[in-house]
Write a protein that binds this ligand. Structure first.
Ligand SMILES: [Mg+2]
Length: 358
């Protein structure tokens, strides 16, 4: 299938470009069950990766000769953001220079994050604030993936008059606005309290056709109850998760409960499994690969997490490189308990060049 790449490349921060979603949408819309089967397979792979009995016998190669090991075979780099490009609000040392060198060598760069609290436009502002020259079209957040999913599954056409309930922050809401999908919830429900007096009940909208659960620093019992009512009582109400990350990094002092905890709350009261749109599901890599008409063997996924980034790459036929600038230590990577082996590992993406000239 040929795609209108020019149209796709205009996909940025405003509505006229959203036709770009049609790429994956037109393909996946023909076989949504296949798409979801792929997601399930990916999740199964993810779960199995840590329960397998085989050892990570051959220790992973450290990136010592980046030209020979990596650069000659890779045309496109897909970077996770937190722990690879930045930590919190600080850019990681030498990242800016490394990205500039990659671009000078003609490498394409994309940035993928499971964090749904910002829209694509919101992340563009963050890149700008850190002095990183990145185009909005190079950024793929799980909030964007939610919108892509609704485009692919033709939510507006197939669920006429329906809306989305967002248990999450503004990033998902902004992305839904850009594709014209009506939503309720989001930041508007911050501070709402479920009525607990005798006879108290939460009234929910019976026209909610999908519930999206993304990371939400203001999650409360009202929101959980609302999501529960929509999924359990509304006919054909889809349950979507931006990601299932167990922990996340809100401060540099400790790990914090991630979106897996919020999705878990809704799973617990509905008995339903969500459709996952963020890493390690295939949706975002399918989108990027189709958009650029890429040979997956020429793409390298670079991340700091084994259970999302590296699995995401492996599940989708990409080369993988783990960097130690985020949450995974060298000790953990090389321990016998770890069953996920990236192709290479490095201290940070600065090693893509520094070691070559040493
Ligand atoms: Mg990360």
């Amino acid at each position: 299938m040929k795609f209108a790449l020019a149209a796709l490349l205009t996909l940025a921060t405003h509505a006229p470009a959203v036709h770009g979603f049609g790429v994956v949408g037109s393909r996946l819309a023909r076989s949504p069950s296949a798409f979801h089967n792929t997601q399930r397979a990916n999740l199964a792979t993810s779960a199995g990766a840590f329960s397998a009995t085989s050892r990570l016998s051959a220790k992973v190669d450290r990136l010592t000769e980046p030209n020979g090991q990596l650069m000659k075979d890779v045309d496109v780099f897909i970077f996770d953001c937190d722990g690879v490009i930045w930590r919190g609000d600080s850019v990681i040392d030498n990242v800016k220079e490394t990205l500039a060198k990659l671009r000078k060598e003609g490498k394409k760069c994309f940035f993928v994050t499971n964090n749904s609290t910002k829209s694509r436009a919101g992340y563009k502002k963050k890149f700008d604030s850190l002095g990183l020259d990145v185009a909005a079209e190079e950024i793929f957040s799980s909030s964007f993936a939610v919108a892509a999913h609704f485009e692919q599954t033709k939510f507006l056409e197939k669920k006429k008059g329906k809306k989305v309930f967002v248990l999450g922050e503004i990033g998902v809401c902004d992305e839904l606005d850009m594709i014209g999908v009506p939503w309720i919830g989001g930041p508007q429900d911050e501070g709402k309290v479920a009525p607990m007096q005798p006879g108290g009940k939460v009234e929910h909208d019976h026209d909610v056709g999908a519930v999206v659960v993304g990371f939400d620093r203001h999650i409360n019992y009202y929101k959980i109850q609302y999501a529960q009512l929509c999924i359990n009582e509304n006919e054909d109400c889809e349950f979507i998760a931006t990601n299932l990350d167990a922990v996340t990094h809100l401060t540099d002092a400790q790990e914090w409960a991630g979106n897996g905890s919020m999705v878990g709350a809704i799973k617990g009261c509905t008995g339903q499994e969500p459709n996952l749109v963020g890493k390690p599901s295939a949706l975002m890599i399918d989108y990027i690969a189709d958009k650029e008409n890429l040979d997956r063997s020429k793409i390298c996924m670079v991340g700091d997490r084994l259970d999302t980034d590296i699995l995401f790459g492996q599940n989708n036929g990409l080369k993988t490189c783990l960097v130690l600038s985020g949450v995974t230590s060298e000790e953990k990577l090389l321990s016998d308990d770890n069953k996920v082996a990236p192709d290479f590992y490095a201290d940070s993406i600065a090693d893509f060049f520094v070691k070559a000239s040493a």
